[in-house]
Design a protein around this ligand. Structure first.
Ligand SMILES: Nc1nc2c(ncn2[C@@H]2O[C@H](COP(=O)(O)OP(=O)(O)OP(=O)(O)O)[C@@H](O)[C@H]2O)c(=O)[nH]1
Length: 210
């Protein structure tokens, strides 16, 4: 039987950058042109196999990007081992918002959190408003961030993003969390009590809109 480890992942970013769409593409390989904005946050899980044959289970909190939900975010990134901060390549303001989320994570989240900066909607290249030079400049001097571009619509880069994160998480050493939980198992179970959540792998991002 193959070994499975679970990791808490949080998605953050301005409203309408495509966070829920990325999750839908990752979990169900589907895309929906007319997605409703997330209320509060949605929870779902997905498992991927890493190179040595082990399973990495993502416990994903897809947060709502609308400003009125901003104060809820710490509840979702607390205890997270991994964050995907999303911007929309057709909207420069969404990159600035991504930068402010990263600053907040660096100050308030687990110090060892793995952060990916994800430029979504790469299929809309003709409307591109964010270049890789601008991204580089925005995050100059920041260490350890992963940079990717994805299209939740075509699927480009989506599985690759989560696979890279799974490998990184799987290979990261056990550590202390900011909240004091020792070891990877402790960190895994820190924060929200996931056993009380209603969704499971493959149920889709609307499974728990809480
Ligand atoms: N062309 C294109 N449209 C996308 C892509 N990803 C998302 N969209 C569209 O962008 C809109 C917003 O997507 P959502 O996934 O709801 O965005 P969100 O970031 O979860 O928004 P909030 O729930 O408000 O935080 C929807 O109409 C999607 O169909 C993409 O990669 N390409």
């Amino acid at each position: 039987m193959s070994n499975t480890s679970s990791f808490k992942l949080v998605l953050l970013g301005e409203s309408a950058v495509g966070k829920s769409s990325l999750v839908l593409q990752f979990v169900k390989q589907q895309f929906d042109e007319y997605r409703e904005s997330t209320i509060g946050a949605a929870f779902l899980t997905q498992t991927v196999k890493v190179e040595d044959g082990s399973n990495v289970k993502f416990e994903i909190w897809d947060t709502a990007g609308q400003e009125r939900y901003k104060s809820l975010a710490p509840m979702y990134y607390r205890g997270a081992q991994c964050a995907v901060v999303v911007y929309d390549i057709t909207n420069y303001g969404s990159l600035e918002k991504a930068k402010s989320w990263i600053t907040e994570l660096q100050r308030q989240a687990d110090p060892d959190i793995i952060i990916a900066v994800c430029g979504n909607k790469s299929d809309l290249a003709e409307r591109r408003a964010v270049t890789s030079d601008q991204v580089q400049k925005m995050f100059e001097g920041e260490e350890g961030l992963l940079f990717v571009e994805t299209s939740a619509k075509s699927g480009d880069g989506v599985q690759a993003l989560f696979t890279v994160l799974a490998e990184k998480l799987h290979n990261s050493p056990p550590r202390q969390t900011r909240t004091g939980g020792a070891s990877r198992a402790g960190a895994r179970n820190a924060g929200v009590d996931l056993s009380k959540s209603t969704s499971s792998s493959g149920q889709g991002p609307d499974a728990c809109n809480c």
